[in-house]
Design a protein around this ligand. Structure first.
Ligand code: CTP
Length: 411
């Protein structure tokens, strides 16, 4: 058997290696075997950066985690139902899980779970490249378990499911397959691609919460547009919502968003839902989007319809300001990226960079002293001063005072 002990020692040198050994030694003391599994093994073999360290225990992971928390100063967050625990100490985090055997009773729902052996735990997984384990039990430290051909698929750069029922068991794997393919620069293995296309309609069985989660994971990738484009080509996006498309238009906008530093999940979603045919109300309902995100999508649509107004050359800055300040900032950014009209773009940029920060020099207190009635009166005058400043009618304090006096004469 190949030993990867030196690879682990090199990759996790320091805190993280010490932590892995600590868990493994305690487990061995209880006669349990422990393994690094899934993404961590895949990324270790690919030489990619490792963020999460997933450890599987052939035995009660939660009890093991509790024992470590009691004696070794780990903070623990546990999930009794799933037999999992997160251990944190200083900057190090480990995710512990009990090896599990899963069976699916109904497509699109969560599986039935029982404790099992490491082989069961690997067999239940999504793709061969995620089915490898490296044992870290002291007596077997570094032994790799690769019963599904994971290393071969890593070499061939293939994303391959383990059995023909895989996407039906868990249709969210459709998104996962695309994410790995695009992130790692791999290809879907031919039969896997055929089955994915066959099973794409099973996404209809997935709850809004799970679907939203998958889409958010796509949008958190380094270049989400490549995965969206692929999802579009494979017929996946239209299963989520008939109006969604991953095309060249979207790619250009996502790239610009990253270049100008405005990229965020909300912004990406607003751009994805920008085309008029992407009826946002049904998208919001299907994905059960949170209130703030829903607002961004609604604002983006409403502002898209208002953009014609912004294209009028005579429109004053104060009128543009009054129109734009009703909308969330992300919606304004999305429309800036989406619009092709120079004047519209110029005004949206002005709003984002300058107009929204414009304030009068005179404060509310100062207006009170000048005799403006407190409350509504002060509010009105502050607005009027901002308007005049936006339109270039006042610059100095004296000019503002003159405007206030004029207001007092007429009110
Ligand atoms: N997994 C699975 N089916 C799913 C979700 C997860 O088989 N629907 C398995 C995979 O083996 C995966 C592991 O659980 O490697 C952990 O899941 P996750 O943290 O989502 O994936 P990672 O591989 O760690 O990938 P990422 O780099 O995206 O975090």
């Amino acid at each position: 058997m190949t030993s990867l002990s030196s690879l682990i020692e090199k990759q996790f040198a320091g805190e993280r290696l010490g932590a892995i050994r600590e868990v493994a030694e305690r487990a061995a003391g209880q006669g349990l075997r422990v393994y690094l599994v899934g993404g961590v093994v895949r990324d270790l073999l690919l030489g990619r950066q490792i963020v999460d360290i997933d450890i599987v225990v052939e035995g009660d992971a939660l009890a093991l985690a509790r024992a470590l928390a009691e004696t070794k100063g780990w903070q623990i967050t546990g999930h009794q139902r799933f037999g999992t625990a997160k251990l944190r100490r200083d900057g190090t985090t480990l995710d512990l899980a009990t090896a599990r055997l899963e069976t699916y009773s109904k497509p699109g729902t969560l599986p039935d779970v029982r404790p099992g052996a490491i082989a069961d735990d690997l067999r239940r997984r999504d793709f061969t490249i995620n089915t490898m384990a490296i044992e870290v039990t002291p007596t077997h430290f570094g032994d790799i378990i690769d019963t599904h051909g994971g290393q071969a698929d890593l070499r061939q750069k293939l994303v391959r499911i383990l059995h023909p029922q895989s996407f039906i068991d868990d249709p969210t794997r459709i998104f996962r397959a695309i994410r790995y393919e695009q992130r790692l620069g791999f290809r879907l293995e031919a039969e896997t691609e055929k089955l994915l296309r066959r099973d794409v309609s099973w996404l209809g069985q997935v709850s809004g919460d799970r679907l939203r989660h998958e889409l958010e994971l796509v949008l958190k990738e380094e270049a989400p547009e490549t995965a969206l484009r692929r999802a579009g080509d494979l017929g996946v996006l239209r299963e989520v919502h008939p109006g969604l498309a991953g095309n060249g238009w979207l790619t250009e906008r996502f790239e610009s968003a990253r270049r100008n530093g405005s990229a965020s999940t909300g912004l990406y979603l607003a751009l994805l839902a920008y085309p008029p045919q992407a009826d946002v109300e049904s998208l919001i309902a299907r994905l059960r989007l949170r209130r703030e995100v829903a607002r961004v999508l609604r604002d983006t649509q409403a502002l898209r319809r208002d953009l014609q107004g912004l294209a009028h050359p005579e429109m004053r800055p104060s009128a543009a300001y009054a129109l734009l300040q009703r909308y969330s900032m992300i919606a304004v950014r999305a429309c800036l990226l989406a619009s092709d009209d120079c004047l519209v773009k110029e005004r949206l940029t002005k709003y984002l960079d300058e107009w929204r920060y414009v304030k009068s020099l005179l404060t509310g207190d100062a207006l009170g002293k000048l005799g403006v009635p407190k409350g509504e009166g002060v509010g009105q005058v502050l607005e009027e001063l901002r308007r005049a400043r936006l339109d270039g009618e006042v610059e100095t304090v004296e000019q503002e005072m003159a405007l206030v006096r004029k207001w007092l004469e007429t009110h």
